[in-house]
Ligand binder design. Structure first.
Ligand code: C5P
Length: 233
């Protein structure tokens, strides 16, 4: 596994209703957290300004925008996000999309993460959408296509991490949500893993939202996760 500072392995998902609430959470977390994920909801609510502020203050930012469009549009959008200084950007794992995004990176250190199949999809959903493969085969196929396209990593559930690590080898980044402490509240997550188990399964970064942002003491929650990661890495 690549050497990554345990604190940088924790990515806190800023799934909060407004930029103001997100800024307050970031201020509260202070040095306990170095890496934040900003998704579509916050982005469309003014979150790109927050992304700029976070990057200017030395934090790393994962923009979870799940790009997918014609190659020219994907390439131009990727250039814009790279220009912001984001560390990670998600794209859908369609070969055209992945090639366009990869080609647009130029010398940017931004890393692309491919979303293979959304975890809300099962085999019947893929069939309904017109695909010939079930989820397992599609995930494996798209993971290999991502690797061929030079995409840096994959976003996937912690449960898939061990199998995916075996499939793609040591160099692709595996970034996993669905993390809960052993005594944690599940919320709407059904298949979860503890930080230590996710790291042991081959995850490089863990995306954690509510277990930090809804904790009575978010700083203590973040520190506990980093300590568990450090113990497992
Ligand atoms: O609050 P919680 O830790 O469940 O948040 C997990 C984060 O990871 C959220 O931003 C959620 O959208 C994201 N995510 C997920 N499951 C996926 C893909 C993304 O929970 N399959």
């Amino acid at each position: 596994m690549t050497m990554i500072d345990p604190r940088d392995r924790l990515i806190v998902a800023l799934d909060l209703p407004s930029v103001t609430a997100a800024e307050a959470m970031v201020a509260r977390l202070g040095d306990a957290v170095s890496f934040y994920k900003i998704g579509m909801e916050l982005t469309y609510g003014g979150g790109l300004g927050l992304a700029r502020e976070l990057i200017a203050s030395g934090k790393k930012v994962f923009l979870d925008l799940k790009l997918h469009d014609i190659p020219n549009t994907v390439a131009k959008a990727t250039e814009q996000v790279a220009g912001l200084g984001a560390a990670f950007l998600t794209i859908h794992a369609y070969p055209q999309t992945m090639k366009a995004a990869r080609g647009a990176l130029g010398g940017s250190p931004m890393k692309l993460l491919a979303v293979t199949v959304m975890t809300s999809y099962d085999d019947a959903d893929l069939a309904e959408a017109g695909f010939a493969f079930g989820v397992r085969e599609m995930v494996a196929r798209r993971a290999r296509q991502a690797q061929t396209a030079g995409v840096h990593g994959l976003i996937l559930s912690a449960e898939e991490a061990a199998e995916m690590r075996a499939l793609v080898g040591p160099d692709m980044l595996l970034v996993t949500p669905g993390i809960r402490m052993a005594d944690g509240v599940l919320g709407d997550q059904k298949r979860v893993m503890t930080p230590a188990r996710a790291i042991a399964a081959g995850a490089d970064h863990l995306v954690v939202g509510r277990p930090v942002t809804q904790a009575a003491d978010p700083v203590a929650a973040a520190r506990a996760i980093v300590a568990e990661i450090a113990g497992a890495a």
